[in-house]
Structure formats: structure tokens, C-alpha cells
Design a protein around this ligand. Structure first.
Ligand code: GTP
Ligand code: MG
Length: 271
């Protein structure tokens, strides 16, 4: 492996994930070693987790210096800023692709290969999607299902997108896609960050493809999701709409802005 070959970078943000970080890195290393013949990097972005996640990450990086990198930030100021710092480092390091994945094993690292594969088959952004045939959620109660589906539906209708899962955080960007969507002006912090990045990619004319995934509830560690994050997401959608790029409500969605990898789920009207 030579340093100059552009490699896929997987960015994993962590805050108090001491119980998960070693396992998620181990599984991801296995999958990426098989899927990336030239090599890969796993970048853990830790925000001074008090539970020692950062120290575990440092040990993993010392044990696998060609594969694992750690970025330590000063304080936990949200998922969005952590991802932006990670994306910046990956792009400056010459990444070919940038993948994002939660540390809590809600996203199955085995799906990394299918997300990368979708970009090799022409996607500029591959989205792990719970809401296309073959995708889903396990272990969620009715209330959480309704909130998540309702949130994606609301954002989809308001923004005139045909993407079915707008709030998910399991993605693979071609580096060119991330470079083109003006990351320094992104301000969203929580779920809104995921909506905004996908919206920007569609708006810039990139091909967004949904890859079915099954999302599992975390079994270790605690959620950082709170009401402020949901309120931010609810506010972002009208703000993006006001920014001037969305068809009138009820108008057909832009053709070809999203496709599912499963032809059964192709739904040009996006409803
Ligand atoms: N670096 C960093 N990572 C964060 C921050 N907030 C959340 N994360 C990480 O972002 C990922 C998603 O956070 P979760 O707490 O799982 O949030 P969620 O998936 O919306 O909620 P659950 O479904 O309850 O797990 C996890 O890997 C977290 O450790 C933060 O402020 N800084
Ligand atoms: Mg989670």
C-alpha cells in the first residue's frame, strides 16, 4: 500500500461509547479489509468522552497504525460538528470515499461493503435506508417508528425530495460529492445534519441511491438523542425550503434525484 493511493475513509463519531468502540472498529476492519484491496482508514472522532472511549481508540490506533486514526476534539458539541471535523481530515488526507456510521452498532458494519459497492456502480451518495423494500428497523416501539417515519415523510414532502430515509446517518459519499457541497457553511448539529447533507447533494445534482439496511437499537451505552435535536430538525426543513430550492408542495419531485438499489422499490414519484 502506498500513501498516495486515495483510500476510503470511514468516519465514526463517538461520545461515551467505551462499550462499543472496540467491537465496532473490529467488525469494520474485517469488512473493509475484504472490500478495499488498496487499504482503508477508520477515523474515530471523539469529543473527550469521560468514559475513556478516546483512550481505547488511541490503543486501537497504536495497534493498527495503517488502519485506525483518532481525532480528539475538545468538547461534545454535537454530531454535525464532529462529522465536519472528520470529513475535513479525510478530504485533506486525499480520501476517495467518505463513509459515516454510528458507533453503537445500530448500523451493521457488514453493510459498509454494499454502500461502497453502490458508489462503484454510479451513486455519488449511497444512503443506508430503512424505508425501502428490504430495509427496516428492529426493536423499535410504535412511538419511535411513527416519529422517525413521520419526520422523513415531512422532510420529503416539504423539500420535494424522493429520498425515503432522510434522517439516517449511515452513508457513503464519493469524495467529489462532499467537496462540492460546501461543508464550511453547514451549521446543523443533530438529525438535521443528515437531512441537510442529503438535500445539498440532491440540490447539487448528484445521484443519490438508497441501499436497504436494517437498523438495530443500541444494546450498550446511552443515546445522545434529545428533544433539542428533534426541534432543530423540525426547524431546518422550512429553513431549507425558504432558501429557495424546492418545488411547490404537491408538485412532482425532481426526476432521478434518488433511486433505490432494489428495482422493486424504484418510485419516481417518491411517495
Ligand atoms: N464526537 C461526537 N459524537 C457524538 C456526539 N453526539 C453523538 N455522537 C455519536 O454519534 C452517534 C449517534 O449518536 P446516538 O446517541 O447513537 O444517537 P441516535 O443514534 O440518534 O440515538 P439512539 O438510537 O438512541 O442510539 C454515536 O456514535 C454517538 O456516540 C457528539 O457530540 N460528539
Ligand atoms: Mg444510535
Amino acid at each position: 500500500m502506498t500513501a498516495s493511493v486515495p483510500l476510503p475513509w470511514l468516519v465514526i463519531p463517538t461520545y461515551n461509547e467505551a462499550e462499543n468502540v472496540e467491537r465496532v472498529v473490529g467488525l469494520s476492519r474485517e469488512v473493509l479489509a475484504a472490500a478495499c484491496p488498496d487499504g482503508f482508514r477508520i477515523l474515530i472522532v471523539d469529543d473527550r468522552s469521560p468514559d475513556g472511549t478516546g483512550e481505547i481508540a488511541d490503543r486501537l490506533a497504536a495497534a493498527h497504525p495503517d488502519e485506525v486514526v483518532v481525532l480528539h476534539r475538545e468538547r461534545p458539541d454535537g454530531l454535525g460538528p464532529a462529522y465536519l471535523a472528520g470529513f475535513g481530515l479525510a478530504l485533506r488526507s486525499g480520501a476517495s470515499h467518505v463513509l459515516e456510521m454510528d458507533a453503537d452498532l445500530s448500523h451493521d458494519p457488514r453493510d459498509l461493503a454494499r454502500l461502497l459497492g453502490a458508489t462503484h456502480e454510479g451513486a455519488d451518495l449511497a444512503l443506508g435506508s430503512r424505508y425501502v423494500p428490504g430495509g427496516g428497523v428492529s426493536d423499535w416501539g410504535l412511538l419511535r417508528r411513527v416519529i422517525s417515519r413521520g419526520g422523513s415523510w415531512y422532510a420529503r414532502r416539504m423539500l420535494g425530495l424522493s429520498v425515503r430515509d432522510l434522517t439516517g446517518g449511515f452513508k457513503c459519499f464519493r469524495a467529489e460529492t462532499l467537496r462540492a457541497i460546501d461543508l464550511p457553511t453547514v451549521r446543523s448539529v443533530g438529525y438535521a445534519f443528515q437531512v441537510e447533507l442529503t438535500w445539498r447533494a440532491v440540490r447539487a445534482g448528484f445521484r443519490v441511491v438508497e441501499v436497504p439496511i436494517v437498523f438495530r437499537d443500541r444494546t450498550a451505552g446511552t443515546s445522545k438523542m434529545h428533544a433539542r435535536i428533534a426541534v432543530e430538525a423540525a426547524r431546518l426543513v422550512p429553513a431549507l425550503r425558504r432558501s429557495g430550492w424546492a418545488p411547490p408542495l404537491g408538485a412532482p419531485t425532481p426526476a432521478g434525484d434518488a433511486a433505490a438499489t432494489d428495482p422493486r422499490s424504484a418510485d419516481p414519484a417518491g411517495r
